[in-house]
Write a protein that binds this ligand. Structure first.
Ligand SMILES: Nc1ncnc2c1ncn2[C@@H]1O[C@H](COP(=O)(O)OP(=O)(O)OP(=O)(O)O)[C@@H](O)[C@H]1O
Length: 266
């Protein structure tokens, strides 16, 4: 296998030559100096690539780079430009526009601002990757006119956000994420208004799932999120307990699927 340091040096040169925004490294992290920001991707078992054909290696590497690019897009607001991906076996150049075409938070700005949508997706990815106390967590955020959502739902347990200071309910504020992650273990969903204020947690949606048709493997949580988006103009963001996948629902359908099996570190 080629030395990781050598791969990184070449990637750094390529990144300089093509004016890339960053280097995304899938190799084992080590201290590395570069003019370009280096993003390390963790939690990937790339050893399995060793026995595959070059075609398969490239296909899998590209998929991982695509997943990482979505996280970079959501976290860094990199809207366009190139990144150089470094794998133990390959160097790939990736256009962030491709990731952006796949998921564009502006697609939802008739209901929720880009800032709130990015925050919810980033938090949802965190919950999908980290879980809580060593176990996977599933939850959902229903975003839109909160009065309408409240009318179409009821408390499964006491609402922990009732009567709280608005600053403590702001989903855009990362300082609030720890408590949101804690409450994501509760049964039911979060209700979020278009400004990013969490109005309720532990909320059960009163829905009619008759006209909803989802692919197999999606149970009550996904059905409920899909159904409410058909009944009223809201967005549903789900985190699946089984599989750690984040999905965006709109108009009764799953609009986007984001895999969480790569973890980027800045
Ligand atoms: N109508 C509803 N409103 C709000 N939450 C619901 C509703 N129905 C189910 N849920 C939530 O979904 C949880 C899991 O249900 P289920 O396992 O059937 O969902 P799922 O879609 O298979 O999701 P996962 O992939 O996360 O397991 C329930 O414990 C509950 O918290």
């Amino acid at each position: 296998m080629v030395d990781n340091e050598l791969m990184m040096q070449h990637a750094s040169e390529i990144a300089g030559d093509i004016g890339a925004k960053a280097i995304v490294s899938f190799t084992e992290p080590f201290p590395f100096e570069s003019d370009k920001p280096v993003i390390w991707v963790e939690d990937l078992q790339l050893d399995i690539l060793r026995d595959l054909t070059m075609h398969d290696i490239l296909e899998i590497s590209q998929r991982h780079l695509h997943d990482a690019a979505i996280q970079i897009y959501l976290t860094k607001n990199f809207d366009e430009g190139l990144v150089v991906g470094v794998f133990p076996y390959a160097i790939l150049v990736y256009d962030i526009n491709e990731g952006r075409n796949f998921i564009n938070v502006r697609d939802y700005d008739d209901i929720v601002s880009r800032e709130v949508m990015s925050a919810v997706l980033r938090l949802a990815l965190d919950i999908a990757v980290e879980g809580r106390e060593g176990r996977h967590i599933g939850t959902a955020f229903i975003i839109g006119n909160s009065d309408e959502i409240m009318k179409n739902s009821h408390q499964a347990i006491i609402n922990p956000y009732k009567g709280q200071h608005p600053d403590d309910c702001d989903i855009k504020n990362r300082h609030n994420w720890e408590s949101i992650k804690e409450f994501s273990q509760l049964d039911g969903v979060f209700v979020v208004d278009p400004n990013g204020r969490i109005v309720a947690a532990g909320r059960y949606l009163n829905i009619n799932t008759g006209s909803i048709n989802l692919p197999g493997g999606m149970g009550g949580r996904h059905l409920a999120a899909a159904a409410i988006t058909l009944d009223i103009p809201v967005i549903g963001v789900t985190v699946s307990e089984s599989g750690g996948i984040v999905r965006i629902f709109r108009d009764g359908k799953c609009d986007q699927t984001i895999r969480s099996d790569v973890r980027v570190r800045w």
